[in-house]
Design a protein around this ligand. Structure first.
Ligand code: PXP
Length: 254
């Protein structure tokens, strides 16, 4: 029977590029990792082209567009330079994220409220060729502002929740999971497609998959770390199995 409420896995290949760039040269190749991820059953690829090109570089994005048949979700800041690149390459999806040079990874969600007209214009321009997603914390104000900005998608930032889980902060984890669940419901009621990502591992991916409104998870760092021990093919298959277990618990699949 067809799956009434599918949950897609987008594999973030940034950290394959991190490892490559540690030595320069061409190995390991994030495009090869993307190909392996899709062959293992992943539904799409995510890559973050940062202003400082610390992992993914322009040529990687071009190759992910031409060499990989699966959809590319290009994460980027809403700067003039990045918007120009997206306009030229027209990836399937663009996920707008906040970016600070000093951060190790994307730390917080985008402030769509403060982003005002400039951000709304970026959404409009990019929506001409890509599904535009806004990476936000599960805050009511940010979700409502994302709908007003006419984004097609929001990606809920799961980082705070995952930190609480890892640090055995039970109270914090329960509170943040409730915010994610309520945020996902609100967003869906406003017509937004809901994605989630940041810091997810097998256990947290299984739990977040129980929220029936969530259509896609974007996961990178944990899976690339695990791949060192068991290989990328096994990691992707294990992650898909964890997601399917979570979805089955939500009663959302046929
Ligand atoms: N989603 C977004 C918007 C991100 O910025 C990142 C990190 O680049 C991820 C998902 C993946 O996070 P992680 O690498 O912690 O799985």
């Amino acid at each position: 029977m067809a799956d009434r409420n599918p949950l897609r896995l987008g594999v973030n290949v940034d950290h394959v590029a991190t490892l490559r760039n540690a030595r320069g040269g061409y190995h390991p190749d994030p495009v090869r990792a993307a190909r392996a991820a899709i062959a293992a059953g992943a539904h799409g690829i995510t890559a973050h082209l940062r202003e400082d090109r610390r992992h993914i570089v322009d040529l990687d994005v071009e190759r992910l567009m031409t060499d990989i048949a699966a959809p590319l979700n290009l994460e980027m800041a809403a700067t003039g330079e990045m918007i120009g690149i997206a306009q030229r390459l027209k990836p399937h999806a663009v996920c707008l994220v906040p970016e600070k040079r000093t951060e190790r990874t994307t730390e917080g969600g985008l402030d769509v409220v403060a982003g005002g007209e400039k951000l709304r214009d970026a959404v409009k321009v990019l929506s001409a060729h890509s599904r535009v997603s806004l990476f936000i914390a599960p805050d009511t104000e940010q979700i409502e502002a994302s709908a007003k900005a006419r984004a097609a998608v929001i990606e809920l930032h799961t980082g705070t929740w995952c930190e609480a889980v890892i640090n055995s902060d039970e109270r914090g984890a329960v509170d943040e999971f409730r915010r994610l669940a309520e945020g996902a419901r609100l967003a869906a009621s406003l017509g937004l497609e809901v994605h989630a990502g940041h810091g997810l591992d097998f256990d947290t991916a299984e739990l977040i998959a129980t929220l029936p409104e969530i259509a896609e998870l974007n996961i990178g760092h944990y899976m690339m770390g695990e791949a060192i021990f068991v290989g990328l093919d096994a990691v992707i298959k294990n992650m898909l199995a964890a997601m399917a277990r979570g979805r089955a618990r939500s009663g959302a699949t046929a």
